[in-house]
Structure formats: C-alpha cells, structure tokens
Design a protein around this ligand. Structure first.
Ligand SMILES: C[S@@+](CC[C@H](N)C(=O)[O-])C[C@H]1O[C@@H](n2cnc3c(N)ncnc32)[C@H](O)[C@@H]1O
Length: 238
C-alpha cells in the first residue's frame, strides 16, 4: 500500500508578507492618485474653502483683472470660493456665469450668493468640454484647480478660446494635488489651443497663468521666454 505524502510548505516569513502588502498598497494608491477622473466629491467640500498657498485672492485679482461691466465665466467653481470674490468686482452691470458638472456645487454657490446679496451670478450645469455658449461671449474665462480634474483638458482649453471675445483673457490656476497640471504641460496645451501666455505667477506647483486667444500660426517670443523661465520661477509678472 502506497502512502500519499504531501510536501510540507514552508511558512512565508512575516517580512515578505509585509513587503507584498506594502507593494500592493503602493500600487493601489498610485492608481488612485494618477487614474481617478471623478469630479471632486461634494462630501469633501469643506476643504475647498481652505486657502491655497500662492493662489491667493490678491494674486487672482492681479492676474484676472476683473473690471465693472465685464462678463466672466468660471469653470468648476466648486463651492464658490472664487465666484463670491470675483462677482462683486464686475459690478451690477457685469455678470459671472458659473459652470459645473455637479448640481450640488452650483446650488452651494447660489446659496452663498443669495446670502451675500449677489444677483449677478448665473449657474449652468454642463460639461466644460462642450461649453453651451456662443463664440466670443466672455471677456474672461477662469478655472482654479479644476482643469486638471477634467478629462481632455485640451478640449476645455479649445472651448475656452472659442467662447472668449477677441482680446479676452483665460486664467488657469493649478495646485499640486492629484489632478495637478504642471505649468510646462499647460503651456504646451494652451499653445496647441491657440492661446498665448501673457502672465504667470507662482511656481509650477502652485501657479496662476493668464492667456489670450491668438491668431493661428502667430508664435509669441514673449510666450516662449515665459515658458523657458521653468517650473521653479517665482512670483511676478514675467
Ligand atoms: C477641485 S474643485 C475646484 C473648486 C474651485 N474652483 C476652488 O478652487 O475651490 C473642481 C470643480 O470642477 C468641477 N468639474 C469636474 N469635472 C468637470 C467637468 N467636466 N465640467 C465642469 N466642471 C467640472 C467639479 O465638480 C468641482 O466643482
């Protein structure tokens, strides 16, 4: 009679088990950091009111330059940190359209606007990749920590260029989070969308950059010089 024997399996050392678990954890974290394309969760809205270094209200004013009577579009206003600051500067004759893919965000902005007695903000729920506005509608379009969150940011930039009036301005603010667009990448995308860099403040990890629509084929020496100033260039009009 044959006896069936099974080979004894050696126990996996605890250090190996920890190393495998850490590797899997790191891979999952990287996939989440790099691959998540969902809009910012409304449940985490409290964080949106925390001021970000370099993206201060003063700097925003200096780069965006809002003037009474102008019509602006904000893409991805979240809970309205910038909207409530910018809209009053456009005055009673001006208007701020806010466009977001999440109705809850728009409702939040409008509640705060009502509380502040602001009647010149108009909400629209839509996808920034297909802006529901006619060509040349706005004096300025801006998006702060929103562009990197939207799949196909190049489409958003092309749409922004389309809805800007001649001589209008586009301001993009980005901050080093998981949806961050480094300045160099933004500059390349903007160039391809026919947008010419006119000002940049802050380092690549936290910057505000202003562009204006340009005619196809016009390459700006000034724009190229600004881009070469590199990711670590500091504050101030370049
Ligand atoms: C991180 S929040 C930024 C909020 C605000 N700009 C701020 O600085 O506090 C990004 C916003 O972009 C919006 N968003 C994401 N994808 C969008 C899309 N495809 N079209 C329009 N808005 C979008 C989100 O709903 C969210 O309100």
């Amino acid at each position: 009679m044959h006896r069936i024997t099974t080979a004894a399996t050696a126990p996996i050392p605890a250090r190996t088990r920890w190393a495998v678990a850490a590797g899997v954890g790191a891979a999952l974290a990287a996939a989440w950091w790099l691959g998540d394309t969902a809009p910012y969760p409304y449940a985490q809205r409290g964080l949106l009111d925390v001021p970000l270094p370099f993206l201060t209200a003063d700097r925003m004013d200096a780069v965006l330059q809002p003037r009474p009577g102008e019509r602006f579009l904000e893409i991805g206003p979240g809970t309205g940190l910038q909207s409530l600051h910018v809209a009053p500067q456009l005055g009673p004759e001006g208007r701020l359209d806010v466009l977001d893919i999440q109705q809850e965000m728009l409702d939040h902005v409008m509640c705060r606007a009502e509380r502040d007695g602001l009647v010149t903000i108009r909400p629209t729920r839509s996808d920034a990749r297909e802006l529901p506005y006619a060509d040349g509608t706005f004096d300025a379009v801006y998006a702060v920590t929103a562009l990197g969150e939207i799949p196909d940011p190049d489409r958003v930039l092309r749409e922004a260029a389309r809805v800007l009036a001649p001589g209008g301005r586009l301001v993009i603010g980005e901050f080093f989070d998981r949806h961050w667009i480094p300045f160099g990448r933004l500059h390349r995308l903007a160039d391809a969308a026919g947008l010419h860099l006119t000002e940049r403040r802050g380092p690549s990890a936290a910057y505000l950059a202003r562009f204006r629509p340009c005619r196809a084929g016009v390459s700006g020496h000034r724009s190229e010089r600004l881009a070469r100033s590199g990711p670590d260039s500091g504050d101030g009009e370049a």
